[in-house]
Design a binder for this molecule. Structure first.
Ligand SMILES: Nc1ncnc2c1ncn2[C@@H]1O[C@H](COP(=O)(O)OP(=O)(O)OP(=O)(O)O)[C@@H](O)[C@H]1O
Ligand SMILES: [Mg+2]
Length: 406
């Protein structure tokens, strides 16, 4: 009799194992499928983009220009999604960086509000001072997105989504859900909704791959398992707290990063510390606030053999450099941008690297800019320019042998 019970336990365990293996295999085939679709989709997007670009180039002043720019913008977003899909399919290595959690939340909040629609009110409560974590920023976005989408689904009649940051010090192991929170210093991210909640019987299964109560609505059940995977790979923990009718709160503990902001990236195996002396060659830092132009210019430079780091704003470019993640060999920047302009950006970068070659791009004539460009060792390329001109300017600025001319 006792043997029968044991046998039942053993066969249950074997069945669990088989189920897990089946789930893993399914996850793998979904991954392969997603990878295949992503690849084809990328090609379609490339055609969409090229067509819109050609139409724009043929008649830049056309009445359809705003719509064509919109097409380009949407295609670029599609391409970003495809990259995420590919990352998922290939289980790509994480590219962790030191990120301020508050900034990451602020960065994605605008997009979230659009995603949530008018009936869900988004409130963001950021604890100051902002604390840093080490995580792949794209994946952090993905975590927040997936949780927000689930919250939206749980509030079809509208409600409130609250995203909050905080911190916690855990002194001894604490049970959370079916896991155990390890002692440590954490930054907290909370995503809470006022939706229908999760029945207690289902709560232990929500992080399982393919567990979904939205099969009919096209749910894959991969959202939360992806979130769980990202959080665990980043050394963090996640738990859900929910009562039917009272909404759901997801709480994420991410290990706090306390070092200075430059040091951690310097020790990053992905981005080894740059030697103190300037390298003979290095990436071109390209800054342009018009996304289609940024992409076109980046592509042209890459085709010409330059390594390119692209940024959509001066602030973003500064972040890249000041976080130690980029050590540009030259700067190419639009002059007129929202926020810091190209002159200010060049000055800030040259504060740390006085000999940095700079090419400014502007629709304004040199005289109209009211600056003595030669005295400031700034080169100017007038907009609109042909991509070939941009490449020629860069070749003059950064000859192939790595020597610089100013
Ligand atoms: N905020 C929430 N409120 C209520 N139920 C939730 C919430 N978040 C998750 N769930 C439950 O957990 C299940 C699994 O979520 P998960 O994100 O993994 O998949 P999904 O949302 O069903 O599918 P997909 O993410 O592919 O759209 C959901 O089907 C739902 O039953
Ligand atoms: Mg989901």
């Amino acid at each position: 009799r006792g043997g029968g019970a044991l046998l039942r336990v053993v066969s249950r365990a074997a069945a669990d194992d088989a189920q897990r293996n089946a789930a893993a295999a399914r996850l793998q085939s979904v991954g392969a499928l997603a990878g295949g679709i992503a690849h084809d989709f990328n090609n379609l997007l490339a055609a969409v983009t090229a067509s819109a670009e050609t139409a724009l180039a043929r008649d830049p002043g056309s009445a359809a220009a705003p719509e064509l720019l919109q097409v380009l913008d949407s295609a670029a977003r599609g391409a970003a999604l495809v990259r995420q899909l590919l990352a998922f399919a290939r289980q790509q290595a994480l590219q962790p960086r030191v990120v301020e959690l508050n900034e990451a939340v602020t960065g994605i909040a605008g997009l979230l509000q659009r995603l949530l629609g008018r009936h869900v009110r988004l409130s963001v409560e950021l604890e100051e001072p902002g604390r840093r974590v080490r995580i792949d920023p794209t994946q952090l976005d993905q975590v927040i997105m997936n949780l927000a989408l689930n919250a939206r689904d749980a509030m079809p009649g509208g409600g409130r989504l609250r995203i909050a940051t905080g911190h916690a010090v855990v002194l001894q192991p604490e049970p959370i859900g079916q896991e155990e929170l390890a002692p440590g210093r954490y930054v907290l991210l909370e995503v809470a909704d006022t939706g229908g909640g999760i029945p207690p019987a289902l709560l232990p299964r929500i992080f399982d791959p393919f567990f979904t109560t939205k099969r009919e609505q096209g749910g894959t059940g991969l959202g939360l398992s992806t979130v769980h995977g990202i959080v665990r790979q980043s050394g963090g923990f996640i738990a859900a707290d929910s009562r039917p009718g009272e909404g759901t709160t997801f709480r994420i503990w991410l290990p706090r990063h306390d070092g200075p902001s430059e040091a951690p990236v310097a020790h990053d195996p992905v981005q080894p510390q740059a030697p103190p002396e300037r390298r003979a060659s290095g990436p071109v830092l390209l800054v342009e606030d018009e996304p289609p132009l940024l992409r076109l210019a980046a592509e042209a430079l890459r085709r010409a053999g330059f390594e390119v780091i692209a940024a959509g704003a001066a602030e973003e470019a500064l972040d890249l450099v000041e976080s130690g993640g980029a050590r540009p060999a030259a700067l190419v920047s639009d002059v007129v941008m929202p926020g810091l302009d190209g002159f200010a950006l060049a000055a800030r970068l040259r504060a740390g690297d006085p000999d940095l070659p700079v090419l400014l791009v502007s629709g304004y004539a040199e005289a109209a800019l009211g600056r003595d460009l030669a005295a400031e060792r700034l080169r100017l390329l007038a907009k609109p320019y042909r991509l070939g001109d941009l490449v020629a300017e860069m070749r003059a600025l950064l000859p192939a042998d790595g020597a610089k001319v100013s």
